[in-house]
Design a binder for this molecule. Sequence first.
Ligand code: DGL
Length: 273
Amino acid sequence: MMQSSKTKNQPIGIFDSGIGGMTVARAIKKLLPNENMIYFGDTAHLPYGDKSEAAIQAYSIKIADVLLKKGCKVIVIACNSASSAAYELLKEYVRHDAMVINVIDPMVKLVTHQFAGRTLGLIGTKRTVQSDVYTRKIEEANKGITLKSLATPLLAPMIEEGFFNNQISHEIIAQYLEDEHLQHIEALILACTHYPLIKKEIQDLYKGGITILDSSEIVAQALKDYLTQQDILASQPHTADHFFVSDYTDSFETSTKIFFKQKVHLEKMTLWR
Ligand code: DGL
């Protein structure tokens, strides 16, 4: 399909329940520095991990409206909980106006190629684990993979408060990993925006014995592949990324440093008036 230069230079929309999705935004910026990003963090409704599927679907539609109005060529659902609850609906809703990319499919593609016949573990929010989406998609691929999943709801707020690489985070992570649901696994999927920040700690706890998979770079690569294939990679550099949040606090802005590795200016945009 031939695309106009206007299409190439339209922004990429990325959304999450809050600021954790900036781990994905950062990986995208690193791989695709020319792209103009519009990030939306739904801080007014955080955390999504404890919300119902219906609530997350309603928020996601509202956010998609914002990103479409801003002319986004692609919408990346950076949040695992929103990818579990709202991807199919959003794809239907957005239709031809933009491509929708979630954080689950690129990971499922990777594990079904690289871990056939193996037993894998997964940690994520209650919404992601209860949805069983990873299990369903991995089973559909029929590669003899067994997936053992555990909801680890303490981890996201812990990381947001800056508790990682210390004794407290070490204890909490160790407790979760010792759970009977996660025994005898050969790789662990980090199915949450926040977990790249504790990847190293998890690796240390397993003493390098298993592969730890986080999706930020895998998703950025899937996005690049799609833009290349459609011939809509940005043709000129952009410097004007925007980061919107549905509720602003100084502490949200301070936390951007944790996830984006540099402090970014947050602009408030109310979803419901
Ligand atoms: N962004 C969420 C996810 O990846 C974690 C934080 C939340 O529960 O909102 O599932």
